[in-house]
Design a binder for this molecule. Structure first.
Ligand code: NAD
Length: 510
């Protein structure tokens, strides 16, 4: 399987979706597959001026799309969901090739897109406002929600397509156009997604639906193109997913022009294993959350606090699982851990492990393996590092499979350590003690946007709002009432009487 011709396969899938073969070659952006390090495409990069013009065109599309009734907008998203179902295998395979996710995770990412489309279709018949009691007779006060404008989407390499859909499905039913700057490491899956979207638009229009041109646009480019999106005055909302470094650059720029931001940034997620935990369940939960996706999820488990009374039972079992997990070509059945995205990720991992050793940590695993799969393919054995304290690299997010394991004896101390990092995305407790479980999810518990009991911190269902606190950026997307960020709220007061009573009893008779 490692001899598969990945560039040819990528070309076959994309042209099958309707992307012209010319779009995949001759450009300056070389895209490599982490599976074997081969170059799978050379894409053309858009200029800043053209990017700006595309955003203007997106704004023109918005002006029309906002007039289409929301349930009819939902019909387009329903068709997008159908097209994604029809092309799930191809798109999932592309995700595996471009990012190195194992097959079930590549397909799972596309399923997440389908799920959010279903959610958004239902939402398109809701988008509820309120009617509010008013102090004035023969008046009605209400709250209404209206389309906002172009929604800018900046996405990270590790969820190359689902993040677009989490945002786009909601933005579209809310009446917005979308302009997407995908990661420069994963633009090929973005082209495929756009082609699938265009198929849905064609079906929608053929059935009599009204969809303006440029409702969804992809801008292929690096950071500078993301900056065009961030600075463009016709983009009232940017949803940006990526590192905290990116968020620190993007957040103030958006604030400077009073645009809205949904920031979905780095995590440093912990789990507490209490004395009553079901250790078989814990072992599986920890192993998937920490080693799955080669530790390259924003919600990957990176810190584990294990109670003294179970440490010597659980940790040796975990070390054994780390030593035996199947690492290799993610396209092959049976592989559980695929490659890191690139050499830089590998170097970052080695640097963190050196720092952990210097801070007194005992490192199990972490070395490069499967070098026969390609000089430029970086496979590693996931690392488990026993630490005596939460110090040095433990407080940072290293985007690689490193799990720092620490002992604790007192629940409140473990809870304090869970919260004592700059990031605040996801967290878990493994326990059968009701008091510990409830305390963990209570006001005095985990300070993260996601707090789970008896499941690991990684992954999420689309029904809940997704996002985190502190350096994770504070944004929420996907389910619950996250849609409200994509609309503008108006408060309306209607006087259906013949007098003009002023609020707060003010008299102003002229
Ligand atoms: P990254 O920050 O390097 O890049 C993310 C995107 O931001 C890319 O499209 C990049 O071109 C763009 N970008 C970078 N600087 C920019 C700037 N100044 N202006 C505009 N655009 C800019 O992140 P990455 O390496 O692709 O992804 C990994 C990171 O993303 C990790 O930190 C991970 O935790 C985080 N992440 C967070 C979530 C979440 O929902 N919280 C989800 C996925 C990934």
């Amino acid at each position: 399987m490692s001899n598969t011709n990945l560039p040819a396969e990528v070309s076959r899938i994309l042209t099958g979706l309707g992307v012209s073969a010319d779009a995949l070659s001759g450009g300056s952006l070389a895209v490599t597959s982490p599976v074997d390090g081969s170059t799978i495409a050379k894409l053309k990069v858009i200029s800043a001026d053209d990017a700006s013009r595309s955003i203007d065109a997106g704004h023109a599309a918005f002006l029309q799309w906002r007039l289409v009734p929301a349930p009819k907008r939902g019909e387009l998203v329903r068709l997008l969901g159908e097209e994604l179902r029809a092309h799930k295998d191809d798109l999932g395979r592309l995700v595996s090739i471009e990012v190195g996710k194992i097959t079930s995770e590549g397909l799972g990412e596309v399923q997440e897109m389908i799920d959010i489309c279903d959610f958004a279709v239902g939402l398109s018949r809701q988008l509820y406002g309120l009617t509010i009691a008013t102090e004035r007779g023969e008046h009605r006060m209400m709250e209404t929600w209206h389309p906002l404008g172009v929604t800018g989407i900046i996405s990270a390499f590790n969820f190359p397509v689902a993040v677009w859909c989490w945002n786009a499905a909601l933005a579209l039913v809310c009446g917005n156009a979308v302009v997407w700057k995908p990661s420069e490491k994963t633009p090929v899956t973005a082209l495929a997604t756009q082609a699938i979207f265009e198929k849905a638009v064609r079906r929608y229009v053929a059935a009599g639906g009204v969809a303006p041109d440029n409702l969804s646009t992809v801008l292929i480019g690096e950071r500078a193109i993301g900056e065009v999106l961030v600075d463009h005055p016709k983009v009232p909302l940017v949803s940006a997913t990526g590192s905290t470094v990116m968020g620190r650059a993007v957040g103030p720029r958006l604030a400077a022009r009073f645009a809205r931001a949904i920031l979905e940034l780095g995590g440093n997620n912990a789990a507490i294993v209490g004395p009553t935990a079901d250790l078989d369940l814990t072992l599986r939960g920890v192993a998937f959350a920490a080693m799955g996706t080669a530790g390259q999820r924003c919600t990957s488990l990176r810190r584990l606090f294990v109670h003294d009374s179970v440490y010597d039972t659980l940790v040796p079992r975990l070390i054994k699982a780390y030593g035996s997990v199947t690492i290799g070509n993610p396209l092959e059945a049976g592989t559980l851990v695929g490659p890191l995205i690139d050499a830089r990720a590998y170097q970052g991992m080695q640097k963190a492990l050196e720092a952990a050793k210097a801070a007194g940590g005992t490192v199990h695993g972490g070395m490069r393996v499967r070098e026969e799969l390609g000089d430029d393919a970086f496979y590693v054995r996931p690392a488990l590092v026993e630490m005596s304290d939460q110090t040095g690299p433990v407080k940072e997010e290293t985007f690689a499979p490193i799990l720092y394991v620490m002992r604790y004896s007192d629940f409140d101390t473990a809870l304090a350590l869970n919260n004592d990092v700059p990031q605040g995305l996801s967290s878990s407790i493994f326990t059968n003690d009701l008091r510990e479980a409830e305390a963990f999810v209570s006001d005095r518990g985990s300070d993260c946007g996601i707090a789970n009991v008896n499941i690991g911190p990684s992954g999420a269902e689309i029904g809940g709002a997704f996002g985190g606190e502190k350096e994770t950026g504070g944004g929420r997307e996907s389910g619950s009432d996250a849609w409200k960020a994509y609309m503008r709220r108006a408060t309306n007061t209607v006087n259906f009487g013949r007098s003009l009573p002023l609020a707060q009893g003010v008299k102003f008779d002229v």
